[in-house]
Design a protein around this ligand. Structure first.
Ligand SMILES: NC(=O)c1ccc[n+]([C@@H]2O[C@H](COP(=O)([O-])OP(=O)(O)OC[C@H]3O[C@@H](n4cnc5c(N)ncnc54)[C@H](OP(=O)(O)O)[C@@H]3O)[C@@H](O)[C@H]2O)c1
Length: 314
């Protein structure tokens, strides 16, 4: 139904190059031949003019008749043209250049092969592949679970007290005074690493006794007394790697980061709504279950009632 269009035969690139080269040579030779003929006719014409009407006789050019000088100069140009077509082209034309290039490339290839041989001897290929794979593996960022995997057998616990509206504190201080919650905080955290943000650390009048303070900051020059300074949660958990239950104790910025790392939350839910500038992140009910719940009513020492909630990551 459809007439097939005949494809033009593809010319082999090498053939095309040869053809182009031959064509150029023919043009060059043709021009040289034309030059020669014009020179011949021109010279004869000048000689005849000289013999018949004495053209060029009266004027001398470097002691000779100018028509002779003109013929000699022209002959010189013709010789140059000849050399260009037959000598320079032959020896230094495109063919010559590409031959030189090929020779150079072959030399380089031979040298590379020698170096490769040495490298193969020094570093066997299997070893190199293995090392490369190990290197690539190290470069790939691991998922948090994998990074803290050895630590997942332990409890990474966030501990916080937050109002019904998730209020944590204001002006770098707490907004309630709950002595029993403090007591519980002390009981749970004593003997452990407590990981905190720089601002929370600075909200303490002095470091809390019997706990390793791990302070997270972006400041490379931060060097307070009584704390180990780190610059990420990964680093903090690395410092606490031998602790079976390190605690992330806040504040707001660090809890946000900690959500991904922690597998337990000890939350004291303070029953009230508070004005605050720092808040605890939302606890996703699909990701966490309440494992334990203990109510503590308000009394003469506690202005607000509160509930201890132990969350476990599902
Ligand atoms: N209710 C509670 O249970 C509880 C517990 C703890 C704290 N708080 C309250 O929370 C408030 C403080 O919390 P906050 O959120 O303002 O501060 P924060 O979390 O204690 O500390 C914030 C600081 O941590 C460092 N930081 C944060 N993210 C970082 C990262 N990705 N890499 C390296 N460093 C990082 C920065 O330190 P640099 O600026 O030095 O770089 C940042 O300024 C206070 O009001 C405190 O009383 C309440």
């Amino acid at each position: 139904m459809f007439s097939k269009r005949k494809e033009a035969p593809q010319i082999d690139p090498v053939q095309r190059e040869l053809y182009e080269h031959a064509r150029k040579r023919i043009v060059q030779k043709k021009r040289l031949f034309q030059h020669f003929i014009i020179f011949l006719v021109g010279s004869i014409f000048l000689v005849i003019l000289n013999l018949l009407i004495g053209v060029g006789k009266e004027i001398t050019f470097f002691g000779t008749n100018w028509y002779v000088a003109a013929i000699v100069c022209w002959a010189f140009l013709l010789v140059l043209h000849f050399c260009n077509v037959w000598l320079f082209h032959k020896f230094m034309g495109t063919e010559w250049t590409s031959n030189q290039m090929e020779r150079l490339i072959a030399k380089q290839k031979a040298e590379i092969a020698l170096i490769q041989k040495d490298v193969d001897l020094m570093y066997p290929k299997d070893d190199l592949i293995k090392k490369k794979e190990e290197f690539i593996k190290k470069q790939q960022p691991k998922a948090v679970e994998e990074r803290v995997k050895p630590k997942l057998d332990r409890k990474i616990t966030m501990i916080a007290a937050a109002g019904e509206n998730n209020a944590l504190g204001k002006d770098n201080d707490l907004v309630w005074h709950l002595p029993d919650d403090f007591k519980r905080f002390k009981e749970l955290t004593t003997g452990h690493h407590i990981i905190m943000g720089r601002k929370t650390f600075e909200s303490f009048p002095k470091p809390l006794p019997n706990r390793v303070h791990v302070v997270i900051t972006r400041n490379e020059n931060y060097n307070p007394e009584g704390a180990v300074v780190v610059h990420s949660m990964d680093e903090a958990l690395e410092i606490a790697k031998d602790d079976p239950q390190p605690f992330i104790i806040g504040g707001g910025e660090i809890y946000k980061i900690g959500m991904e790392y922690a597998n337990y939350i000890e939350l004291t839910r303070v029953h009230g709504t508070f004005e605050a500038d720092t808040f605890f992140p939302e606890i996703d009910p699909d990701a966490w279950i309440v494992e334990n719940k203990e109510l503590h009513g308000a009394d003469e020492r506690h202005e607000f009632g509160f509930t201890y909630l132990t969350y476990k990551k599902k």
